[in-house]
Structure formats: C-alpha cells, structure tokens
Design a protein around this ligand. Structure first.
Ligand code: ADP
Length: 209
C-alpha cells in the first residue's frame, strides 16, 4: 500500500458550507461517568437546536461502538483509539458545517485534549457532565453499575477504571443539582453568548456579520 496519500482539497470550503447552513460547524463534547446524563442532555440539546433550524448530528455508543469502532474494547489502548476515531469523525462533521454532539465517557484528559487539538479553532465545546459516582450508581438506568460491582464488567469507569475530570471545560454542569431543563438552558445560553447560535428563534446565528 502506498503511503503517498494526499488530502484532496475540494472547491467548496467549510466556510461555504457554514454560510449555507447559517451557523458554524462545532462539536459539543459531553464527557462524564456512565449515567451522569450525557446522552439525555445531548438528545435534549439536539432537539432544541434542530427546532432553531440547526444542522445537527449525535455521535454516541450506538452508531460508533456498534459500527466504526466495533473492533475495540475497553482496555486503556482501545479507549484511546475509540476516542481518537470519534475525534476524527467529529472534526469531519465540523468541516461539513454540522453541529455535532458526542456522548462518550471519554475518561482520559489526554484523549479529550487530542480531540480538541484536531482543530482547527474555537469550535470545540467541552461539557463536563458532573455527577457523583454514588448518584450515578443509584440511577443506574442500564444496570451497569450493579454488574460492575458484581465483577461482571471489568475496567468500569468510576468503579475499577479511572475518570480524569476536565480541568478547563467550557461548560460544567452538576446534574445531581440541576434539572435536565436547567442544564439544556445553560448550554443554549453559552452557545448564544458565544454567538455559535442566534438568540432569535427559530433562526440559527449567521457567521460573524
Ligand atoms: P449517560 O449517557 O451519561 O450514560 P444517561 O443520559 O443515559 O447517562 O442517563 C442519565 C440518567 O440521569 C437519566 O435517567 C436521566 O433522566 C437522569 N438525570 C437526572 N437529572 C439529570 C440531568 N440534570 N441531566 C441529565 N440527566 C439527568
């Protein structure tokens, strides 16, 4: 196989796509323990953005772990590769001018920083979905903590594998103290404040005017 692979630049740029879509291509990167609320919030935020005319897409376990990454497990190496691939896909979605929302535990700081560093700029919003492990364990919507405590799931984040908290997330939400609606409101508020989306419903913000 040849290593002579070159990026073929098309005629249509990211800026062209963003202009057509009427908003920036950005990544909302949700990170936190299992059952902290990543999927719930990604789904609710996507709904709100879609209602405003945003072009959106969620990357989550179902469309990634069962497809693109189905050959990966939960060892530290596989977790790193899992997040590297998701980071690349998220970057492609940014290039496509889409607001993409990723809902993965993504427990390692270095891997999240790498996903952010794929660039190109201020288009990566890290959202720390923060909830004490005891509350997550109490919620346990999929019975995963129960299985992990019984030793049936090795390397389970928060129980037998580490979670490295974000140091400088753009948004930090305590989901044991805030309702889903309050969390969605804070995320939308941030996106409006930073002019990623417009505060005029249902339109989505234009690019810098
Ligand atoms: P994750 O995707 O992080 O594994 P889920 O979204 O599947 O977590 O599950 C989180 C659970 O916590 C859901 O049952 C949800 O209703 C509940 N929950 C309670 N408060 C919140 C909140 N503020 N934000 C998100 N989820 C919450």
């Amino acid at each position: 196989m040849t290593r002579e692979v070159h990026w073929h630049q098309g005629e249509i740029t990211r800026e062209d796509r963003e202009r057509l879509n009427g908003h920036r291509g950005i990544t909302l990167w949700f990170t936190g323990l299992s059952a902290s609320g990543k999927s719930t919030l990604a789904v609710a935020v996507e709904e709100a953005l879609h209602a405003r005319g945003g072009h959106t897409f969620i990357l989550d376990g179902d469309n990634i772990r069962h497809g693109l990454n189905r050959n990966l497990g939960f060892s530290p190496e596989d977790r790193e590769e899992n997040i590297r691939r998701i980071g690349e896909v998220a970057r492609l979605f940014r290039e496509a001018g889409v607001i993409n929302l990723t809902a993965f535990i993504s427990p390692y700081r270095k891997d999240r920083l790498n996903a952010r560093a794929m660039g190109p700029g201020d288009d990566f919003v890290e959202i720390f979905v923060d909830c004490p492990v005891a509350v997550c364990e109490d919620r346990d919507p999929k019975g995963m903590y129960k299985k992990a405590r019984a030793g049936l799931i090795p390397e389970f984040t928060g129980i037998s594998a580490p979670y490295e908290e974000p140091e400088h997330p753009e948004i930090h939400l305590r989901t044991d103290r805030l309702s889903v609606e309050e969390c969605v409101g804070r995320i939308l508020g941030y996106l409006i404040e930073k002019r990623y989306v417009s505060d005029r419903e249902p339109a989505v913000a234009g690019l810098s005017e």
